[in-house]
Design a protein around this ligand. Structure first.
Ligand code: OAD
Length: 248
């Protein structure tokens, strides 16, 4: 799976950006969004559950769904892909994880440099709108402002956290390898991250069991699960670090 030229590249690499999506947490038991049968958007309506308009219409329904997702994420454990990336981060000069996931599993695996493009499931933030009293009854409220709280995730049509994309794109410009792991590469602006790498002559490796929008453009498209392939990549790079250490 890892050919000679990729192995060579991995051994020379000291600065990586890894874009991750729902597929990286699939083997921790968290469903992806676009899987035909078990994907969340096959069973739930994103316009109801992942838009501000949907929240303002049915805040209790949205909160119930996020509460279930919170509990699921809290019970889940980081898998071999999260752990391998965290280990790699310790060894590389720079290894920035740019994730679309809101489950916090990269951090729980020990990764320190993580940009959360779509926010974090475990945090709340107040809404600026006022809800009618009967709709707002029993909803969590901000202790300071008294405003109704919502999950601190990015919903469709909303802006990403300030500076997140800029930081990711600048990191790519000085990186020597970009990984796109477990993402269908269709949701913008995250999907433009690996394309930005290609435009800047930075090689891109995709890890996904399925073909995606990115597959034909990526320099390497590795067909396999994240928990299987990511540790192999880190192991292939490792030979370089240990040799390096020995020679010092
Ligand atoms: P998707 O559900 O669109 O895509 C998940 C990808 O993971 C697919 O390409 C799968 O083939 C792949 N996959 C499945 N199992 C895998 C495994 N074990 N290892 C590696 N890959 C695997 O999820 P995202 O691309 O993350 O946004 O979706 C992006 C955004 O769309 C999400 O952040 C979410 C969603 O709507 C918001 O909620 C704002």
């Amino acid at each position: 799976m890892i050919d000679k030229s990729l192995q060579q590249l991995l051994r020379q690499t000291s600065n990586i950006v890894a874009l991750t999506g729902a597929g990286v947490s699939a083997e921790s038991g968290i469903p992806t969004f676009r899987d035909a049968q078990q994907g969340m958007w096959a069973n739930f309506d994103p316009m109801e559950l992942a838009t501000l308009e949907g929240f303002l219409r049915q805040p209790h329904k949205v909160w119930d769904w996020y509460q279930q997702r919170r509990e699921m994420a809290a019970k889940a454990q980081p898998n071999a892909a999260h752990l391998a990336l965290a280990e790699w981060q310790e060894q590389l000069e720079q290894c920035l994880i740019v994730t679309q996931n809101v489950d916090g599993l990269h951090q729980r695996a020990g990764s320190l440099h993580v940009i959360e493009l779509h926010g974090n499931l475990h945090r709340d933030r107040p809404i600026s709108q006022q809800l009618p009293a009967e709709k707002a009854a029993d909803l969590p409220r901000c202790p300071e402002t008294g405003n109704v709280l919502r999950p601190d995730v990015v919903w469709f049509g909303e802006m990403l956290p300030e500076g997140a994309m800029e930081q990711a794109l600048s990191a790519i410009e000085v990186s020597d390898l970009v990984l796109s792991i477990g993402t269908s590469a269709v949701v913008q602006p995250a999907a433009s991250i690996p394309l930005h790498a290609l435009e800047n002559g930075v090689p891109v490796v995709e890890i996904n069991p399925e073909t995606t929008e990115l597959s034909s453009a990526a320099d390497w498209s590795l067909r396999g699960s994240a928990a299987d392939v990511v540790p192999q990549l880190v192991a292939a790079a490792q030979l370089h670090y240990s040799r390096d250490r020995l020679s010092r």
